[in-house]
Design a protein around this ligand. Structure first.
Ligand code: NDP
Length: 297
């Protein structure tokens, strides 16, 4: 069997088109331009790349991009003051603080300072609680991207047996909550799970979010299952070059699975597309505009 490739890059382009069209509607009908503020503290190279890419795509869909690049030794007080300023700025509808923060800053404190309705990453404790109780919330971008791809590929997910490998607050846990809300039967596996291969072999859908290069091999996959590979790992090759790989071993999984997301070109592009979508959703909610979430359907 050779798996269908779930093309996240192409799907992300369709999400961005819908976002751009909604942004144009907001401008024309309401004279509102959604604005996304991204705060970067320090000079982490990977974070700088992400922030650049987010800013570029924000502008491409017609939204305003506001970037704040702060010194690595920025104090917590100064960072919280900036967030307060962005919270009360009517031109800012979404606020994202790029993680990880330098170790002298308390991430939980900083994230929870963002107004929940502007928390487009969905990490604020209020949004976490709302999602856990199946209420309207801002949903974290990476799991939202995975869900949109799964819905697009499968239609209804009701009754599917899903194993999410990884229990982080930003991927594994919200992914499991979203799939539970779709009436899947969800197992969350982690580093203490006993006999992980057998647990994964039961799954109709496997979401791999472990941060370990190519950890999930094809012989863990039930024939015909769907593999969503969240992992982004850069590995060194013998020739001195580097390569991006996922948390699943692509070749062996693709030989058994019914469908698989590639790395790169799968979950990654969907994450930023969903950030843009969340910013539009936040803008609509803040302005009390009706049908605010229907633009993604
Ligand atoms: P974390 O390191 O926060 O969490 C990893 C999880 O995997 C933990 O729950 C850990 O278990 C579990 N785990 C680690 N080793 C094993 C193992 N041997 N067996 C079973 N479970 C294991 O990672 P994140 O959730 O932040 O990210 C996961 C991956 O997704 C990374 O590759 C990251 O780069 C990628 N990522 C990709 C994004 C995208 O846009 N595509 C966005 C965010 C992340 P325990 O809790 O027991 O320690």
């Amino acid at each position: 069997m050779s798996a269908n490739i779930i093309d996240g890059k192409a799907f992300a382009a369709t999400v961005r088109e819908k976002v751009a069209s909604k942004v144009a509607d907001l401008k024309n009908a309401h004279n509102i331009t959604p604005g996304l503020a991204v705060v970067l503290v320090g000079e982490d190279p990977a974070s700088q790349v992400y922030v650049r890419s987010k800013g570029k795509q924000t502008l491409e869909v017609g939204m305003n991009s506001i970037e704040h690049k702060l010194d690595p030794d920025t104090t917590e007080e100064a960072l919280l003051a900036l967030i307060d300023e962005l919270n009360s700025d009517p031109a800012v509808h979404g606020i994202l603080v790029q993680l990880p923060l330098p170790s002298h800053l308390d991430e939980t404190l900083v994230i929870n300072r963002i107004l929940p309705e502007k928390d487009v990453d969905g990490f604020h404790i209020s949004n976490v609680g709302l999602l856990a109780t199946s209420q309207k919330s801002m949903v974290p971008c990476t799991p939202l991207g995975c869900l949109l791809m799964l819905r697009d590929y499968h239609g209804s997910l009701s009754g599917k047996n899903v194993v999410v490998v990884g229990r982080s607050n930003i991927v594994g846990k919200p992914m499991a909550q979203l799939l539970l809300n779709e009436s899947c039967t969800v197992t969350i596996a982690h580093s203490r799970t006993v006999d992980l291969p057998d647990v994964v072999r039961n799954a109709d859908i496997v979401v791999a979010a472990v941060g370990r290069p190519e950890m999930v091999p094809g012989d863990w996959i039930k024939p015909g299952a769907t593999v969503i590979d969240v992992g982004i790992n850069r590995i060194s090759l013998d020739n001195g070059k580097t390569k991006l790989v996922g948390d699943a071993e692509y070749e062996s999984c693709a030989a058994v699975a019914g469908a698989i997301t590639p790395v790169p070109g799968g979950v990654g592009p969907m994450t930023i597309a969903c950030l843009l979508a969340n910013t539009v959703t936040a803008c609509c909610r803040i302005n009390n505009l009706p049908n605010e979430e229907s633009f993604l359907q």
